[in-house]
Write a protein that binds this ligand. Sequence first.
Ligand SMILES: C[S@@+](CC[C@H](N)C(=O)[O-])C[C@H]1O[C@@H](n2cnc3c(N)ncnc32)[C@H](O)[C@@H]1O
Length: 309
Amino acid sequence: MADTASLRERNATFWAGAAAGWIRHADRQDEVGRPLGAPAMERLAARPAERILDVGCGCGGTTAELAAAVGETGAAVGVDIAEAMVTAARQRFPTDRYPGIQFRLADIETLDVVPGAPFDAAFSRMTLMLLADPVAGCTTIRRSLRPGGRLAATVFRDGSVNPWLSAAMLGAAPHLGPLPPLPVGDEPGPFSFADPARLMRVLTVAGFTAVTITPCDVSLDASEDADAVAEWLIEVGPAGAAYRTAPLAAQASARAGAVRLLDRFREPGVGYRLPAGLWLVTANAAGADNAPAAAPTHHHPQPRQDENR
Ligand SMILES: C[S@@+](CC[C@H](N)C(=O)[O-])C[C@H]1O[C@@H](n2cnc3c(N)ncnc32)[C@H](O)[C@@H]1O
């Protein structure tokens, strides 16, 4: 397994390369991808005047939803490691229309606390399993919450309950250049929290209490436009960067390959129904070191924190 410094670098490089595809499909991601975060959004139940952190906010759709819930007297702060996505989020959701919204470029793993802490609650959709050092990232989240502050997040369960993800990649891959390395063992990737015991360990070592991990099955319902759905799933997946730099003919073949493997999720006359298996995670922050530091400090590269402590 790669060391933490290389995993972090791999992660930052991957998301810098993936950003263009995520930006291009941001509206679709907000609309069709909404069920991926809805269980956590509902459980979090953000209230007017609260201060909420959105970890791995991408192009900002969920941060905007949180900003609407907390209103003018609250705050919704989205943090993401990909500069282009943070820029896109700021453009999509400007402060004159979304008072209290802020987007920050940061690696959640290397901050002591997120600027703007303490927060009443933290939300995250489909990000925690991608962290190079999830204990470090979750510890930052916990330290950024006020004592008793709450966390609600979603992550994928395993690949067998999210079959469309591999279908899109396997259909496209033969037509594209080299793809990023597939995760080995518990390296960051969509299914690195497939085992709920690992997720429980990570959150517990990070200092969270009252951790609950509940399976949720949702459906991503997309239009019947096969080419558009294939392109969306390729571009937000591991083959996204290779797809964008491929010649047009290879892109068309990649889409056709993905369309073929995704066909089993298409209901003629209705559209695509992509079944997604998630863990809904909730937890509370506790502990004496919750108080925010005066200013965020950056750690030097360090070994991955031991989740078995
Ligand atoms: C699968 S995407 C999900 C984006 C968004 N939450 C959504 O559901 O549309 C994961 C996001 O986490 C961000 N990310 C990955 N590692 C991160 C880190 N260490 N710190 C902050 N953001 C990170 C990526 O840039 C990406 O935007």
